[in-house]
Design a protein around this ligand. Structure first.
Ligand code: SF4
Length: 176
């Protein structure tokens, strides 16, 4: 059973999904599934709002020994105004690095997340098709110089429309 939890502050996920009480419904569902012995997959989609709340969310999950899949925000259609919805890669990188202990404890996997946003020692938890977000493959100069390109999901075209490629940092030297 897979459930999405966007934040641990009750008011935040309710505002994100536009429905009062959604946080408590998801929390109770997770608890009941655990009590029933079911396997529960929690996921958190990395919208800008979710990243704002991420330190608190990861700490909250870690104290319960629950883990989440952090998934890149990948809209399946062009958004008229993508900028407010996508966190910058720099902001995500900084958030994960500043809260690496909670990230280590509470993140099961990074799904479709650019590897230059993920702390180095946690990159073995990352997966996603190399540089292909639903056909929205990106190839920017930074990626062309990056040793991680063969296994990195990169960023979506929606992200590039919102923020450009200035925050992508090539990791190491790409083998010739
Ligand atoms: S520079 Fe490009 S290929 Fe390298 S880690 Fe960042 S997004 Fe991935």
């Amino acid at each position: 059973m897979a459930l999405t939890l966007q934040a641990s502050d009750p008011a935040a996920p309710d505002a994100m999904v536009g429905r009062a009480g959604s946080f408590h419904e998801v929390k109770r569902a997770i608890e009941q599934l655990h009590e029933a012995g079911a396997t529960v997959e929690i996921s958190t989609v990395l919208t800008r709002d979710a990243v704002t709340h991420l330190p608190q969310t990861l700490t909250w999950l870690a104290t319960r020994r629950w883990k989440t899949w952090l998934s890149a925000f990948m809209p399946d259609r062009d958004l008229p105004a993508p900028e407010p919805l996508h966190p910058t890669i720099a902001r995500l990188r900084e958030t994960l690095a500043d809260h690496e202990r909670a990230t280590d404890a509470a993140v099961l996997s990074f799904v479709g997340v650019a590897l230059c946003a993920v702390p180095a020692r946690l990159r073995d938890r990352a997966f996603g098709a190399p540089l292909s977000h639903g056909g929205n493959a990106v190839s920017v100069p930074a990626c062309d110089r990056c040793a991680m390109r063969p296994r990195c999901p990169g960023v979506s075209t929606s992200y590039l429309r919102a923020h450009g490629d200035g925050d992508l940092i090539p990791l190491g030297a790409r083998p010739a």
